[in-house]
Ligand binder design. Sequence first.
Ligand code: NAP
Length: 323
Amino acid sequence: MIQVLQPGPAAREETVPPIRLAIVGFGKIARDQHVPAIATTPGIALTAIASHDGGLEGIPYFKTLDHLLSEGPQIDAVALCTPPQVRRAQAEVALAAGKHVLLEKPPGATVSEIAPLVAQAQRAGRTLFATWHSRFAPAVEPARAFLAERTLRAVTIAWKEDVRIWHPGQAWIWEPGGLGVFDPGINALSILTEILPRPIFLTRAELAFPANRAAPIAADLDFSDTNGLAIHAEFDFRQTGPQSWDILVETADGVLVLSKGGAELAHDGKKLVETPEAEYRGIYRRFVELIAGGMSDVDLVPLQHVADAFMLGRRTLVEPFED
Ligand code: NAP
């Protein structure tokens, strides 16, 4: 199964009250992005929080999803912002309780654990939305439209950030299923697989594992497509100084550069897009639409490429990493 976008039996009426949403896992991304995005999205309201970590003043708070479901206020949907290793079980519980489910990226700790959730959502007539926040960046759709009509020559990706700044003390990211540097790197792959006109496949991977960790700190990857397009990607968690979230596409009609994770787009140096980041508002608008239409949206392709990198990658040990 690669992509599912299908109507379920339970389409909502336009005039229904706001979707009552609970956030599960109230860590960095829930606080930084989900809360403000929900607050500014019509049709959805934050109604409860379940997390080990503590909640938000004025919002009913529960330690676990089970407590929330048994003792909390009525909710219609959950946004699972927990680490990927615990999300599948939470999604199963939430769907069994009749809730719509939004999954943070990556959708799971394995590729195959998602298909049963898709089937469960379909049977229950509930929405399952596997989000890729970077696909909502403002440069993505214009880049896709530009590249759809061009001859492509080469793609170069540099996705390099300082893990100590962006993931301070997040032990789960270094555990099996935490993905290491692919946690941000998968964002680049989610954009790439959205903007290129043809499917791509991995041809070579080098993965650098800290001697004391179970997930890579850096990855050097080559991909191609059926036209022989050369795609080279470098992901690195050890970047200090300026951070890079850039995708450069050489075409027969000049060079397209998507930078700052998709906030900016330029063609031969001329800016085409430069917009304040609003990825999570895009996510919540889409979630409201999907629920209203009785649909699910689950694309596993970026996660499949990461799984391929773990399968094909040559591993090297590098110096231990300490937070
Ligand atoms: P985080 O700061 O470590 O937050 C994870 C939260 O989940 C913590 O509050 C954690 O509490 C809680 N949690 C863990 N297990 C739980 C459970 N079984 N039930 C309830 N709560 C539980 O991680 P994050 O950065 O927010 O990342 C979470 C997800 O969002 C990841 O998949 C990540 O890829 C994605 N994401 C992160 C960013 C970012 O910039 N940080 C950006 C986009 C997407 P305890 O710590 O007490 O266990």
